[in-house]
Write a protein that binds this ligand. Structure first.
Ligand code: GAF
Length: 392
């Protein structure tokens, strides 16, 4: 974890002034994958990996942003924001500044030092964490009123329009509104949400396959386009359908002849995953861990076979995990094509789980995995250095 005292010192050395510190978490998704951009349901939790931002206002209208991770500084004028180039890290904070200003928020120029400990390209939402941390800092230091829901939506807009990845709202939302010890069930259409306490005696164990996923790559946007194609075809007979969220499993089956077989499989994943996610929330609420585990397994199979966003390494990791003692459920998490799995593991079994996974995964794939154990954490916060207290 980043030492906030060190971050303040680094800021002082680089920019010659004191700063305020904010941090926004990455996330892991328990279930509800590729449903957010279909107006569906997701159930993520924020994790104790953060993007840390130290920031202080400037007298001009410039944004000067230094990334510790990339050891690079980018300078931009708030009145003439443009992308920093394809796949550039600075597009995330610059895009957020652009989205905030386009929505009418008047920002001040500022110096920003960014230091993230969310593993990059691992499917744990390092992108949302930098967007949310930067956006929160910009709004707070500019003295602008905002809600966390609004910040999440503006960060999503930044990623869609400035970065060019047509992501849904899940990652930004939980990075803004996550709560320690809880998973968050989000209705991605209404943005209504409920918090579900995670059971005592169970740990969230995240296994990194070390296969990098690239969310901005064409596959993610292609899946989204296939879902839209499915909606267009189904609307010929079901005109009330606005998104796959509105389609039931029996309706989909009844009208499958209207759909190209690939598009049908994509739609089947989304429709069944929405159902699983709502059932998983009920199972969590009833402490019915057996059902929760079964739904996680089914979710992984559906992502692998119908949505085709898994990969050999994720499948191996889930298979190895599912055979371990004390494992409630295991599945890939996030966009897919590499990245991480999420495992619910009984506390007493975590150490043997980590050891066995590391050995077996390495034997099967030749890759050395990382495993992280993280409690569910709070959404974006200001960090009071001195006491290291956080406040909202
Ligand atoms: C990525 C996206 F950013 C999310 O919006 C979501 O679609 C997820 O992939 C898949 O569930 O994390």
């Amino acid at each position: 974890m980043k030492n906030p005292h060190q971050l303040l010192k680094d800021f002082q050395t680089r920019f010659g002034s004191a700063a305020t510190i904010y941090r926004a978490p990455g996330r892991v998704n328990l279930i509800g994958e590729h449903t957010d951009y279909n107006d569906g349901f997701v159930m993520p939790a924020a994790i104790e990996f953060y993007c840390w931002v130290a920031a202080a206002p400037r007298d001009d209208r410039n944004l000067v942003i230094h990334s510790d991770n990339f050891d690079e500084t980018v300078e931009a004028r708030l009145d003439a924001l443009a992308t920093a180039g394809k796949n550039h890290w600075a597009n995330y904070p610059l895009g957020v500044a652009d989205a905030l200003q386009s929505s009418g928020k008047r920002l001040r120029g500022m110096n920003v030092l960014v230091s993230g400990d969310v593993p990059l390209g691992a499917g744990l939402s390092s992108s949302a964490s930098i967007e949310v941390a930067a956006g929160f800092a910009m709004l707070r230091l500019s003295g602008v009123e905002f809600t966390r829901e609004e910040l999440a939506q503006l960060c999503q807009r930044a990623e869609n329009e400035f970065v060019g990845a047509r992501v849904g709202i899940m990652d930004q939302f939980v990075s803004c509104l996550g709560q320690a010890g809880h998973a968050l069930l989000l209705d991605c259409r209404s943005l209504d949400y409920e918090l579900y306490k995670l059971p005592m005696g169970i740990q969230l164990v995240i296994c990194n396959t070390k296969v990098k996923h690239a969310i901005a790559s064409g596959e993610y946007n292609r899946r989204r386009a296939e879902c839209e194609e499915g909606v267009r075809a189904l609307r010929m007979v079901l005109p009330e359908v606005r998104a796959l969220r509105d389609v039931s499993i029996s309706q989909l089956e009844r009208h499958c002849a209207l759909l190209d077989p690939k598009v049908y499989s994509r739609c089947r994943h989304v429709v069944t995953e929405n159902d699983r996610t709502q059932k998983a929330a009920r199972a969590l609420c009833n402490n019915d861990l057996r059902t929760l585990g079964r739904l996680m397994r089914e979710s992984h199979r559906s992502l692998r076979d119908d949505y085709e966003v898994s990969c050999k390494e994720l499948d191996e990791m889930v298979e190895i995990a599912s055979a371990q003692r004390g494992v409630i459920g295991a599945r890939m998490t996030g966009g897919g094509f590499g990245g991480c799995t999420i495992n619910l593991v009984e506390t007493g079994a975590v150490e043997s789980f980590r050891k066995n996974i590391a050995a077996e995964y390495q034997t099967r794939t030749g890759l050395r995995p990382d495993t992280y154990v993280s409690p569910a954490s709070d959404g974006v916060q200001q960090v009071e250095v001195g006491s290291d207290r956080v406040s909202s």
